[in-house]
Design a protein. Structure first.
Length: 350
């Protein structure tokens, strides 16, 4: 019996060490990687791919939202993360070039970085932010005039206290890119499709981190138009530009969201904020005269195209029935009849 007790005493330090190792592994060595099941825009009520076209007194942003965005902007200007952003861009372009696609250029829209910092601050992962904004709303508020599609992913390291090194951050960014490219079956490969979308020309990258989390935001852009005029006045929109590729306007879709309201960390961890996002409720379409479609539609007040140049004027008044966010999405068509997105612009009406 005495001999047996001695053996147990000798094993005790090993058992204690084992528990410490397991705890360290869970907290530091094996952090949790999270991405969403569906990263991209999901159209409600009718899919844009199935909609066919055949021949035949308002005000804008509230002061609270504007103030919150200005605060976010000032907080990121001093952040020295350009080397991390360039590294994340390199990861994206390695995947695109490796799959026979053109690389994307780095965009200059600040919405991605602001969103990353917002999520890192509250240790949360969501396409929504604490102002209640969706990706395309943030993109518009920061001057975006083209089309945006977002990926968001994060590594959580709950319980860690020591700061992250650059090499650790780069390692986590690499793992997040890998997960979105090669381990995305649960998302029906939505993140991978977004990274490898041939219509994307640019990407805005947001990176924020602390000892508890590393957040990566990829806001892919389709910059397919050189804009000459982009005028929004109340419900009237005038668009004048030149396509950078052989494209022509197909139709505009109009969506509705309620006005954003502040969201807490607890809100963002609950449905629908912990899942995919969409453009809201599809209200209808705006077409060139002489065409029709199978959803409610109105005609543009002006629709002219000469070669790659075009000028279109729209009035959303018929669709505006309540305060909210009205988002227009421009679909364009190439010479082979393929449809791309060229614009997603949100108008805040209260």
């Amino acid at each position: 019996m005495e001999e047996h007790r001695i053996k147990l005493y000798r094993l005790a330090p090993l058992i204690v060490f084992g528990f410490i190792f397991i705890a360290a592994y869970l907290l530091y060595i094996n952090p949790q990687i999270q991405i969403f099941r569906q990263n991209t825009v999901v159209v409600t009520e009718a899919s844009t791919s199935t909609i066919t076209v055949t021949r035949s007194t308002t005000s804008y942003l509230t002061s609270t939202v504007t103030s919150a965005l200005e605060t976010s902007t000032s907080s990121i200007q001093s952040a020295n993360i350009s080397h991390l952003i360039n590294y994340a861009l390199e990861l994206i372009n390695n995947d695109r070039v490796g799959n026979g696609l053109k690389p994307v250029e780095l965009g200059n829209n600040l919405a991605a970085q602001v969103h990353a910092e917002n999520l890192a601050k509250i240790l949360c992962l969501s396409h929504w932010d604490t102002n209640g904004m969706k990706p395309y709303m943030r993109y518009t508020l920061f001057g975006g005039k083209n089309f945006v599609q977002e990926n968001v992913a994060a590594v959580f390291m709950f319980g860690r206290t020591n700061p992250l090194s650059d090499e650790e951050i780069k390692s986590f960014l690499s793992k997040l890119e890998y997960e979105m490219m090669y381990n995305d079956a649960a998302s029906e490969w939505g993140h991978r499709k977004n990274i490898l979308d041939p219509s994307h020309t640019h990407v805005n990258i947001g990176i924020a981190y602390n000892s508890q989390i590393v957040v990566l935001v990829q806001d892919f852009e389709n910059i397919l138009i050189e804009w000459k005029e982009y005028t929004i006045k109340n419900t009237t929109i005038v668009l004048n530009g030149r396509f950078l590729q052989n494209l022509k306007p197909y139709m505009f879709l109009v969506y509705f969201d309620p006005l954003p309201t502040p969201l807490s960390r607890e809100d963002l961890q609950q449905a629908p904020y912990n899942g995919s996002y969409n453009f809201g409720k599809l209200l209808g379409a705006i077409l060139d005269k002489g065409y029709q479609t199978d959803i409610p539609y109105i005609y543009a007040t002006k629709w002219v195209q000469k070669g790659l140049d075009f000028e279109i004027a729209l009035d959303l008044k018929r669709f505006v029935q309540a305060p909210g966010v009205y988002t227009i999405v421009l679909e364009v068509e190439d010479g082979r009849g393929r449809i791309y997105y060229a614009l997603s612009y949100s108008i805040f009406i209260k």
